[in-house]
Every structure is written in C-alpha cells, then in structure tokens.
Ligand binder design. Structure first.
Ligand SMILES: NC(=O)c1ccc[n+]([C@@H]2O[C@H](COP(=O)([O-])OP(=O)(O)OC[C@H]3O[C@@H](n4cnc5c(N)ncnc54)[C@H](O)[C@@H]3O)[C@@H](O)[C@H]2O)c1
Length: 343
C-alpha cells in the first residue's frame, strides 16, 4: 500500500476543524497527522475528537510530528509567516483564502514555496464545487458565447470572528467573504479584473457590538475586466436569513446562472429561520462537496508533484482586487487593480 499523505491542520476554528475532519475521514490517500492550534483547549478538543496530538505552535509540531503538508486555517494576518515557515521546512502548503493581507506577503509566500519546491494551493472552494465546475466547462465550451456581464454575490449568517472586523488585520468583509467572488469571476470569465469601484455600508455593526473603525457589513463593487466585460460583486455579512452564494454570467449568446433562478414567483421573501424558500444555513453546508474536493486536489497535486489547480498567482490576484476595492471605497474613486502596491 502506498504511504498516505500526512496533513497537519493549523488553526482549529471554524474552517480548520472542517479541514481536519475531511483530512481524517474523507480522503483515502491522506491522513491527519496533528492539529496545531494556539488555543490549547480548542486544539486538544479537536485533537481528542479525531485521535491525533495537538501542538500550540508550528515549530513544536515540526519538531514533534511527521507530516508532508499543512493546511493553514488561521486568521489572515498569520498566513504569510506560517506558510513561509512550513515551506521552508519542506512541507506542501494548502492555504485558506484570503491568501494574505498584502501583495508583499503573497510574493514572499510564493517565493518560499518555489524555492522549497513544494506545492502551494489556495482554498478557493468554488473551483471544486460541482455546479461551479460545470459552469466553467460550459463557458469554455462556448455555450453562452463571450462573457459580457457577470454578477456574483455572497451573503453569510452571523458575525465573522472578531479579528475579521478590523480592516488592518483582515482587509474586511470584501476579503473575508467576497474573496471567493473575486476569484470566481476571474475564473469564469477567463479575464483579469482591470478596474474596481466600491461602495460599502454598515447596518448592523453597532447593534451587534462591533467597535472596529472602518467596519462594513454590506458592499457592492463594480468591475471592469481586461477582456472588456463588466461585472458586480456584492456581499452582506451578517445576512441572518442563511448562507447564499450565486453567480450569473451573461454571454453574447446566452445566460448561465449558478444558484436559484426559478420562474415560480415574482416575489420571494427570505427571513431569519423561516420564509418561503429554504436556505443553506452555513458555508460549510453550501460547499460541502467543494471542501472535500479542494483538499483531495491538494493531496493529489502534492503526491504527483504537479501544478496546483488554484495557485499563488490566483490568491495574489484576489488580494489585489480586494485591496483595490477597499482603497476605492476609502478614497471614493475607481481604482486600477494593477496600481495596487505591494506593501
Ligand atoms: N473557504 C471558506 O469558505 C472559509 C470559511 C471560513 C473561514 N475561512 C478562512 O479560514 C481562515 C480561518 O478562519 P476561521 O473563521 O476558521 O477563524 P477562527 O477564528 O474560527 O479560527 C482560527 C483559529 O486559529 C487559531 N490560531 C490563531 N493564530 C494561530 C497560530 N499562529 N497558530 C495556530 N493557531 C492559530 C485561533 O486560536 C483559532 O482557533 C481565514 O483565512 C478565513 O478567511 C475560509
């Protein structure tokens, strides 16, 4: 029997626990080696549940456990340091989105992976979710002609974790929630985003006790692509009614819609826990297949020493678009994504 690919999951919060369960139970060619979690209570709980040891930092884990790759599922502001350390120790890296806070950090991470000859993959789960994968292949097959107009939205229930309220530690909701949309529209249209113009609003922050300056819980970004196509991305978190991710691509010869588009009623109301349309309750439920698929892809790519389906350049492009959008909102003007500086 071939040896299995051993994974250390770093960060055992919302995303990390899900990856740890998938590494432990869903991928036949992989096994969970250990948990690395700064909070020992959280780490030991998940470690005990999945029958693996828990360490409180990556250096300890590198010294005390054997593994081939890491899954980084810690707050965004820690990604670069952990990825560089893991790659430097010869470990393949799967990094949750957003890849990092700055383009400088993205460049450091991809250089470290290149120098070490390890695979670096970014967790853009929609690339592995069956209906999105089908959408991409049908666009590529020419079924809707050339993309002209793309609309992508993501809404999530509940407040993001406190570290994600602060713009300087997370790049805000556009990074935490809408990174997926920025990646998805680039992928589906096959074009880079050239220019963005963003507006944001804060409706629920004060009532939910958020005090971070620059916090926003709603955003709309207008996009112009290098190909000439146009688009919008919007986001809301918390949306309360449930988790909602939809995308529409209008091409020169047809319309492609991922998500609901039924001509059954002209008015639909979705409310907290009720309503006329059932909703997904969480991102982990909505993209269950995608989370298993992205980890399986990482393991397969690392075992084969191949090029990852979603690499550092994709992670960097989404960080650039998010930062340009935040700057557009803060400065009240359209911003060229290519003008985003590295720092
Ligand atoms: N793909 C998705 O749909 C999706 C969904 C949720 C979160 N995420 C991403 O996953 C990452 C984590 O988000 P989350 O919501 O799980 O956060 P979280 O706050 O729930 O969990 C983060 C965990 O990391 C631990 N941690 C912090 N620094 C650490 C370090 N240096 N070493 C080890 N552990 C450390 C914290 O103690 C915490 O338990 C973020 O990048 C986020 O954007 C992605």
């Amino acid at each position: 029997m071939k040896p299995r690919f051993r994974i250390a999951v770093i960060g055992a919060g919302r995303a990390g626990r899900l990856h740890a369960v998938n590494a432990s139970q869903s991928i036949s060619s992989a096994e969970l080696s250990c948990i690395v979690e700064a909070d020992p209570e959280v780490g030991n709980k998940v470690g005990d549940e999945l029958g693996v040891p828990a360490f409180t930092d990556l250096e300890q884990a590198l010294a005390g456990a054997a593994f081939d790759g890491v899954v980084i599922a810690t707050p965004t502001f820690t990604h670069a340091q952990l990825a560089v350390l893991a790659a430097g120790a010869g470990k393949h890296v799967f990094c949750e989105k957003p890849m990092a806070l700055t383009l400088d950090e993205c460049d450091e991470m991809s250089l470290a992976a290149d120098e070490a000859g390890v695979v670096f993959e970014v967790g853009f789960v929609r690339r592995f979710q069956p209906e999105f994968v089908e959408a991409k292949s049908r666009i590529e097959a020419g079924e809707i002609g050339r993309p002209m107009l793309v609309k992508s939205l993501t809404r999530g229930p509940g407040l993001p974790p406190p570290w994600a309220h602060e713009l300087h530690r997370s790049n805000g909701m556009l990074a935490e929630v809408n990174s997926h949309d920025f990646d998805c529209v680039r992928w589906l249209t096959g074009s880079e985003i050239e220019r963005v113009f963003a507006e944001t609003a804060n409706f629920k922050g004060a009532e939910r006790g958020v005090t971070a300056p620059d916090y926003y819980d709603n955003a709309v970004v207008t996009l112009r692509f290098v190909s000439g196509a146009l688009g919008t991305i919007d986001g809301t978190c918390p949306a309360d009614y449930g988790y909602d991710a939809r995308v529409e691509v209008l091409g020169t010869e047809g319309l492609l819609v991922v998500g609901q588009n039924q001509a059954t009623s002209l008015l639909k109301i979705r409310a907290r826990g009720a309503g006329e349309v059932p909703t997904y309750v969480s991102w982990s439920q909505r993209f269950e297949a995608g989370y298993r698929g992205e980890l399986a892809s990482f393991v397969k790519t690392a075992l084969a020493g191949a090029v990852p389906e979603v690499g550092a350049a994709d992670g960097r492009a989404a960080v650039a678009a998010v930062r340009a959008s935040n700057r557009s909102w803060l400065e009240g003007r359209p911003v060229l994504v290519a003008s985003e500086s590295v720092a």
